[in-house]
Design a protein around this ligand. Sequence first.
Ligand SMILES: [Zn+2]
Length: 224
Amino acid sequence: MFFRTKLFPFLLLSSLGLAQSPLPSCRYDDIPSYYQELTDWSISLLDTLYKLGPSYQPNDLVKVTEAGFGSDKEVRHIILNDLTSLNNAAKTKGIYLEVQSAFRSYSYQEETFQYWVNQDGYDAALVSSARAGHSEHQLGTALDFKSAAGPAAWDLEDWAKTPEGAWMSEHAWEFGFVMSYPKGKQDITCYIYEPWHYRYIGKDKARALKDSGLTLREWLWQAQ
Ligand SMILES: [Zn+2]
């Protein structure tokens, strides 16, 4: 298992004073993500190259109703406390969020991606949706939010300009959630700006990521 990770060559390179290999360009491949255990949820790198297998399935899914949302979508139990805190903190500010989408299985992601292909064509689908295995939603720690009273966030020009989206972009990190695909970073993240898509990586990592100024993909690449 050890040799499956990049850690070993990285240590070698480090000892030689060489830089870690650069972030790959946004090409398309099907490389198994280095960290595929359920306990690796905070460091599993998923992008257009790296993916989870069809059998990766969280075993602790709970409905987000337990965090005070109306939706019956599911997330991993490990994020429930912070997700509940986020929702409660938002409500105290008059911010009413809802969950549009959360855990998606490998097979459901196949359907989801095909939906966007049918809707927008294959090339457009590649940058707005993930092929099966490549979606952070399969981790059970990623959610698409929306304003409780509004349409799906992707039907708006920029959800981050609504009170709910703005609150999330300012405060989500305080609860361990980070926007995976920020504005103006498509060349790095490989996906279009998605102000509604947040992934939980824990409070400490979310703070460190914010302080680093990196995108999640760059951050995770360094952690591999
Ligand atoms: Zn999403």
